[in-house]
Design a protein around this ligand. Structure first.
Ligand code: PLP
Length: 458
């Protein structure tokens, strides 16, 4: 007697984000659209979580993966190397003009952050005069650097940390992010704001013991949790100056903002600051493979080269040939199709249209972004900037509304933007290859979904 086949729709063994039901089932993905099993084509205005940056089903990347699969599908990276790994690493170091000298390829953003934290610690242990007292990291409030315990420890996003707090490292502390909409005083200039944030970082160094800090961890442009907030001019330079004064490393997390999305391959290129360690992921592999990477500067490599000559950290799947082959081809597509330039041009157009269409909505507090990442911050009251109660679930409702067939758009819902717990955000982060027509469609559909939940303009 054959086993009864239960309807897949009613019995899912997948541990979905919500235990209360299954999200729409995607059966095909092409260009900037995802097709559900009901035949609805959803406009992918979020690229998943800002990942699918060259669209779905790109034939060049698919072919590159197939070729790699035929050649070497896997080998253990601590023992062997592959052309795929070597080629990707060289592309990445060259892309920084050689200031980043080595690359460790892993499978996600959080893994890249974990590797960065361990690398920073190892750097201080292998200096000619080791500094074993350096065990701390200073990161920023309302930040997100991943959901593994180390990366969550540096993350300052309360809602994501709270229940795991007792398991998180107490050596990670947080200062204010550079977030003009909520952090800058009405009568403050950019310079005064930057000076105040630099002083706060200085005070934190003093509070925890300035020679106990391995590094300062920040997103170059705050993506997921703040919604595409570019730093105030001079901010990162000022932060780096404080770190330099205390001999601490600067770790820039470009998992979200890196690899072209903000208009340059590396977001730090626009800030005049070079990090000691850099993490990348989402746009690196564009979703064709699970891939992230840690880029290590010459200063750090030099110390390790004279020390143990080894990175005391490896993983079964690091440097995976399929991931490396896919990521390399994605980067060639981005270059050949002029997509970074398109991020700048279409990003400016997207920002302009969003402001035109939604800028005066009574529940839209702020619209900000750079390149192809834009955040729409939703507030209960524009004057006071007071957020809606969390229980109103505004951003999740807009997200769910967008997925309905009459709106058919995928948007990223964010929460906790005001204080780590309250404050709704919708993030738009489409593929780098969007056209003017795509941008118009995105703004039209996003605005309709937002207005459906929040009401019309006034
Ligand atoms: N760092 C940043 C800035 C991120 O935005 C994310 C994910 O959104 C991560 C790290 C974690 O990446 P992953 O989800 O690939 O582990």
């Amino acid at each position: 007697m054959p086993a009864t086949i239960t309807s897949e729709a009613t019995l899912s063994s997948v541990l979905h984000a919500s235990l209360g039901g299954s999200p729409p089932r995607i059966v095909a993905a092409k260009g900037n659209y995802l097709r559900t099993e009901d035949g609805v084509d959803i406009l992918d205005a979020s690229g998943g979580a800002a990942v699918s940056c060259i669209g779905h089903g790109h034939p060049r990347v698919i072919q590159a993966i197939k070729d790699q699969l035929d050649a070497v599908e896997y080998c253990f990276s601590p023992w062997f190397t592959t052309t795929a790994y070597e080629r990707l690493a060289k592309f990445l170091t060259d892309s920084t003009g050689g200031v980043m000298e080595k690359v460790f390829v892993c499978s996600s953003g959080a893994e890249a952050v974990e590797a960065a934290l361990k690398m920073a610690r190892q750097y201080f242990m292998e200096l000619p005069e080791p500094q074993p007292q350096r065990t701390r990291f200073i990161a920023r409030d309302r930040s997100y650097h991943g959901n593994t315990l180390g990366s969550l420890s540096v993350s300052g996003h309360k809602a994501r940390r709270t229940i795991y707090e007792p398991m998180l490292s107490q050596n990670m502390t947080h200062v204010s992010p550079c977030f003009a909409y909520r952090g800058m005083k009405a009568d403050e200039t950019d310079e005064q704001y930057v000076a105040r944030l630099a002083q706060e970082l200085e005070d934190e160094f003093q509070r925890v013991g300035s020679d106990t800090v391995c590094g300062f961890v920040a997103e170059t442009i705050a993506g997921l949790t703040l919604g595409g907030v570019p730093p105030v001019p001079g901010y990162l330079k000022a932060m780096k100056a404080v770190c330099d004064k205390h001999g601490a490393l600067v770790i820039l997390d470009e998992v979200f903002a890196g690899m072209g999305r903000t208009g340059t391959l590396h977001a730090w290129e626009q800030e005049g600051v070079v990090p000691h360690l850099q993490t990348i992921a989402k746009g690196l592999g564009a979703g064709y493979q699970a891939v992230g990477a840690l880029l290590v500067s010459k200063q750090v490599v030099d110390v390790l080269s004279k020390g143990t000559k080894a990175f005391v950290h490896f993983q079964t799947y690091h440097g995976h040939p399929l991931a490396c082959a896919a990521a390399y081809e994605v980067q060639q597509v981005i270059k050949d199709e002029g997509l970074i330039e398109n991020c700048r041009e279409m990003g400016a157009y997207l920002g302009e249209l969003l402001k035109e269409r939604l800028g005066s909505h009574k529940h839209v507090g702020d619209i900000r972004g750079r390149g192809l990442v834009w955040g729409i911050e939703i507030v209960k009251d524009r004057q006071t900037r007071q957020p809606f109660p969390v229980t109103d679930k505004i951003a999740p409702t807009i997200h769910a509304t967008g997925l309905r067939k009459e709106f058919a758009i995928s948007l990223i819902p964010g929460g906790g933007v005001a204080d780590g717990t309250h404050g709704d955000l919708i993030v738009i982060a489409p593929a780098y290859n969007v056209t003017r027509m795509d941008v118009e469609l995105i703004v039209g559909r996003a605005a309709k979904a937002i207005e459906h939940v929040l009401g019309g303009q006034r």
